[in-house]
Design a protein around this ligand. Structure first.
Ligand SMILES: Cc1ncc(COP(=O)(O)O)c(C=O)c1O
Length: 384
């Protein structure tokens, strides 16, 4: 079958999801992916912020292969050694106050379970979230999402969700609030950091009114912003943290981290997921964490983020560099748009993402990039 026929077949049988790159991605190695003809692309989109250790890191590949040959799946109804190790490593890296985790398959599932747990723990109904946030496509997560393009598809959102602006959020927290769900850097929204000042005010209001704070760290977590979690930044620790994307280098996995107080209220049967915490995803998670530690990827994300920022700011069309570590937004000057710049980069075989802000290009490259890849990216932006 020709490549054109295969493309037609995918379009014929798959419901529309995303607008796709005009080529197939058939192989990945480190910071690069390769199309059906073997053409090489520098992946600054990071496979949707997922390829944390790069594509097909040998240590992660070996862990998945070894586990697949030993046991592909058994659920949480049995103990399993790789799950025990992966959980211990995850909680050790996250550090206090996070005490236990619920392992899931995706970011949406982590957020949905955080909301469910918050409502159960407080006995309250209301969830507050922010305009500009993206929390996923599952029903609860989408009901909390603050981007109308996605949320409006729900003709009946989950009740008792309030999506409010940053100006309104503190006064929106009251005795009925179960939780405030926050994406500390709104990635899809245009790489907008909420900022420690407002986060502290939200946390104080939550404490006053007995509400819980949840960070959606699906993009900011797992070392991307220069620390293992964004939580803890300026001493702000939400009661729950949701992780996914880069947590297992591309094997579907997610986690909900909770404090000891919250964990104490959860009983057998309250939470569950057939595939969550399966041996293959745990093997990929454990290996991902080992690579993050052995290759100092947390420090690399901070260093490379700074290097990119300094060099990008020298370019006349770059008005502002947003984000933290390797969650990078480039605000382009008038006369240029993110879409145009994305096209210029694609012609030079560099993948980057857009955002809801037409002036902001979004990059979430593998945490393994070196100055070589950063320089290639900066040189390509200079040609625009
Ligand atoms: C911040 C954030 N939260 C949640 C999600 C949803 O994750 P998933 O697609 O794994 O359900 C995403 C996905 O892009 C995200 O960026």
């Amino acid at each position: 079958m020709s490549i054109e026929q295969l493309k037609e077949q995918e379009d014929r049988y798959q419901l529309p999801t995303y607008s796709k790159f005009p080529f197939f991605i058939e192989r990945g190695e480190g910071c690069y992916v390769f199309d059906e003809k073997g053409n090489k692309y520098l992946d600054f989109y990071g496979a949707h912020a997922v390829a944390s250790t790069g594509h097909c890191h040998p240590h992660v590949v070996e862990a998945i292969q070894k586990q697949a040959a030993q046991l592909i799946f058994y659920s949480n109804v049995s103990y399993n050694s790789v799950r025990a190790r992966a959980l211990a490593k995850l909680l050790t890296l996250a550090g206090p106050p996070y005490y236990q985790a619920f392992l899931v398959n995706s970011g949406g599932e982590a957020n949905d379970n955080a909301l469910k747990l918050a409502r159960a723990a407080t006995g309250r109904r209301e969830v507050v979230s922010l305009v500009g946030s993206f929390h996923g496509r599952s029903y609860g997560a989408l009901s909390a999402t603050g981007i109308p393009k996605y949320r409006d598809y729900l003709n009946t959102p989950v009740p008792a969700h309030r999506v409010v602006s940053q100006e309104e959020v503190v006064e929106s927290i009251c005795e009925e609030t179960a939780a405030v769900l926050i994406e500390p850097i709104q990635s899809m929204g245009g790489v907008e950091e909420i900022g420690a000042g407002l986060l502290k005010e939200i946390q104080a209001a939550c404490k006053t009114h007995g509400a819980l704070m949840i960070f959606d760290e699906v993009q900011t977590g797992v070392a991307r912003t220069g620390s293992f979690l964004y939580s803890g930044h300026e001493g702000i620790y939400p009661e729950m943290v949701c992780l996914a994307k880069g947590i297992a280098s591309g094997f579907p996995a997610g986690a909900l981290l909770v404090t000891q107080d919250l964990a104490a209220g959860v009983q057998n049967g309250d939470l569950g997921s057939t595939f969550g915490g399966g041996p293959l995803s745990c093997a990929a998670m454990e290996a991902t964490r080992e690579v993050i530690e052995s290759e100092n990827l947390t420090e690399n994300a901070a260093r490379m983020g700074e290097y990119l920022r300094e060099n990008l700011l020298e370019i006349p069309i770059v008005q502002e560099v947003l984000g933290r570590g390797l969650l990078v937004g480039v605000r382009v000057a008038e006369g240029m748009t993110a879409k145009k710049l994305q096209g210029v980069l694609l012609k030079q075989h560099i993948l980057a993402g857009s955002s809801m802000d037409p002036q902001v290009l979004r990059m979430m490259p593998p945490l393994t990039i070196t100055t070589r890849e950063a320089d290639l990216f900066v040189e390509a932006v200079q040609t625009a």
